[in-house]
Design a protein around this ligand. Structure first.
Ligand code: F6R
Length: 247
């Protein structure tokens, strides 16, 4: 299969967000009924702000015929909790830019294994993800696919790596003991099934993960290295995140 890797380096986080916004605007205009895979976290915050503001103020774009699936959600955290990914998506995007239907795993489900199977089935029934938006963790994770000995497949319950708990403690007032230790996440197999992937990284703390994902070994120890084998990936980096792949 012909493969397409595109890599763009821009000066800073603002330029990165603008670039991603323009790409999604073009994509959404061409494919109003598309199915999106969405990420949470600091990286897409400005992108979502640009998107929701444009949708609300220009009247030129709408996602109301599109469908979204979020990558992940903490387990045992109420969807109404201020730090749940449900709350994040509602506040950052959905309240002003609603989709026809939006799906986020339910981390409070009584039977988490069944919840994962249902999530995969819903993605399948939607026709599959056309554009997957990703961030990358400092340890190279995507979704909550942490460094591991094997590649994951569909949606599953993941244990958060200690480095992820430490990185995400900033959202929980710096208190690591408040960070959930498990999450439901789409697996590497689900992510690789997306037709197109847009992965963004900003900041020097991501530089080593970006270098290893792009230029290192293809290994589940660096989950984002799976993208080396995806046929249509765009890496969007700011200068700092790209600092170890440049001369
Ligand atoms: C969030 C997710 C994570 C983040 C990653 C980077 O839905 O899937 O993999 O993309 O942890 O997080 P930030 O953007 O906060 O640096």
């Amino acid at each position: 299969m012909a493969s397409r890797l595109s890599l763009k380096v821009v000066p800073d986080y603002e330029a990165l967000s603008q670039e991603a916004f323009e790409k999604i605007k073009r994509f959404a205009t061409l494919h109003p009924q598309a199915v999106y895979g969405l990420a949470t976290g600091s990286t897409p915050e400005r992108l979502y702000q640009l998107l929701r503001t444009y949708i609300k103020e220009s009247g030129k774009l709408s996602l109301t015929q599109a469908t979204s699936f979020n990558l992940d959600e903490y387990s045992k955290l109420d969807p109404k909790h201020p730090l749940s990914y449900h709350t994040f998506m509602w506040e950052n995007l959905f309240f002003e830019a609603p989709f026809k239907s939006s799906h986020i795993p339910n981390g409070m489900a009584e039977d988490l294994v069944q919840e994962c199977l249902n999530y995969d089935l819903l993605i399948k029934q939607s026709g599959g993800i056309k554009l997957q938006i990703l961030g990358i963790g400092e340890n190279g994770h995507i979704g909550f696919n942490e460094p591991s000995e094997t590649w994951s497949e569909g949606t599953y319950v993941a244990d958060l790596h200690p480095s992820t708990i430490s990185a995400n403690a900033r959202f929980f007032g710096g208190d690591q003991s408040k960070v959930p230790t498990q999450a439901i996440t789409m697996g590497i197999g689900s992510i690789m099934a997306a037709k197109q992937i847009l992965i963004m990284a900003s900041g020097a703390n991501k530089a080593e993960a970006v270098r290893a994902a792009l230029l290192g070994k293809h290994t589940p120890e660096l989950p984002a290295s799976c993208l080396q084998r995806h046929p249509n990936v765009t890496w969007l980096l700011d200068k700092e995140a790209a600092s170890l792949i440049r001369d």
